[in-house]
Write a protein that binds this ligand. Structure first.
Ligand SMILES: [Zn+2]
Length: 367
């Protein structure tokens, strides 16, 4: 067994290098994961651009095989070496009100919006690699399984790259179905045909939505076409088509019951469109920070507005089941796979830079 672990470390703004760390001693309540594949998340390009956060091992969509496991960790998690698992990025306290209620995403230990010092707070893929035992990110050969990690078993035989979709598809389940309320017979509109948007379209369709419309830009043509194979019934290029006309045509002039914005639009333009295209009683699941919403219009249409926050345990479990079901060609989302020395290219590809056509990009540390 190698005594050292190689990792790609973000050392400056959009700059990475391979560094070697000592293989950590594993206490009784922890473990060590041999990474099979790590997805590049939709938020990673922003993380990669961030100043004053180096050094950091990024990568928070982690799938791997348990290699070493302490005795009490094995008992607590019901795992043994050789088991395959997928991780959440959160490292919650498991003691607070939110953790006890099962909403560990809102735990103060892991809540991005409340953390005083995000960089020095432990969370997979975003924290300071100088904090022992250093292996806090998926772009590495091994990841430290902290006692408070949130773990899912990977369904048997599921390809590791497909299993990394558990996080973006988990967001889809959370934002479109659990928060947006998409269900049997719903008419759903999704803004943004990226990995999260496609996850929303698929989750809504799998939940029984009657019509799923996905909206993107002209540059998203390939993504819009892929969406049509992954749950969307109608794909609209908003730069060459009239979105309002397309939505009204697809819904018999009634408007939609659920709108999910995955674009993070800061202007409020999408919120305004979402309201205008909603049927009475619709739910809007809006992701843009800094959007303002007109309460009068919301009242008039009797709308519910939600702002989704990451993914719950149930959402990720449902996403893994969705991947394993074989009912949807989710592997179409796995567009590019890079080696450990190519994390820079992998993150830029996810940002739509350097390489065209990236959808969900993965890093294989053993490539
Ligand atoms: Zn907590």
């Amino acid at each position: 067994m190698a005594k050292s672990v190689r990792a790609s470390v973000k050392i400056d703004v959009e700059k990475s290098e391979i560094r070697t760390f000592a293989r950590p001693e594993i206490p009784a309540d922890a473990g060590l994961l041999r990474v099979e594949s790590s997805g590049v998340g939709g938020s990673d390009p922003e993380m990669y651009r961030k100043e004053n956060s180096a050094p950091c091992i990024m990568g928070h969509e982690i799938v791997g095989t348990v290699e070493t496991l302490g005795e009490s960790a094995a008992r607590r998690w019901g795992l043994k070496p050789g088991d395959r698992i997928a991780l959440h990025e959160y490292l919650p306290c498991w003691k607070c009100e939110w953790c006890l209620k099962g909403d560990f995403r809102l735990c103060m230990e892991t809540d991005f919006f409340n953390l005083k010092d995000r960089f020095n707070t432990l969370r997979y893929g975003t924290c300071n690699a100088e904090i022992a035992p250093h292996l806090w990110g998926g772009f590495a050969e091994h990841v430290y399984l902290a006692p408070n990690a949130v773990i899912h078993r990977v369904p048997e035989g599921l390809d590791a790259r497909v299993a990394t979709l558990a996080i973006p598809l988990g967001n889809g389940v959370q934002w479109a179905v659990y928060d947006g309320g998409a269900k049997f017979g719903s008419r759903v509109l999704v803004f943004g045909p990226g990995q999260q948007g496609m996850g929303c379209a698929l989750a809504a369709k799998a939940a029984g939505a009657a019509i799923v419309i996905i909206a993107g830009m002209s540059r998203d043509r390939a993504r819009l076409d892929t969406s049509l194979k992954l749950g969307a019934d109608v794909a609209v290029d908003v730069q060459s088509q009239d979105l309002a006309k397309a939505v009204m045509a697809a819904t018999g002039g009634r408007g939609v019951d659920v709108v999910v914005d995955t674009t993070g639009d800061p202007t409020g333009e999408i919120a305004a469109q979402a309201i205008a295209l909603s049927a009475k009683g619709a739910t809007l699941s809006l992701n843009g920070l800094g959007q303002s919403v007109p309460i009068g219009e919301i009242k008039k249409r009797y709308l519910t507005v939600r702002a989704p926050r990451g993914h719950s345990y149930t959402a990720v479990a449902a996403a893994l089941d969705l991947c394993a079901s074989g009912r949807w060609p989710v592997e179409l989302m796995c567009s590019h796979d890079f080696g450990l020395g190519e994390v820079h290219e992998a993150v830029l590809a996810t940002a739509g830079r350097a390489i065209d056509g990236a959808l969900h990009v993965t890093v294989n540390p053993w490539k």
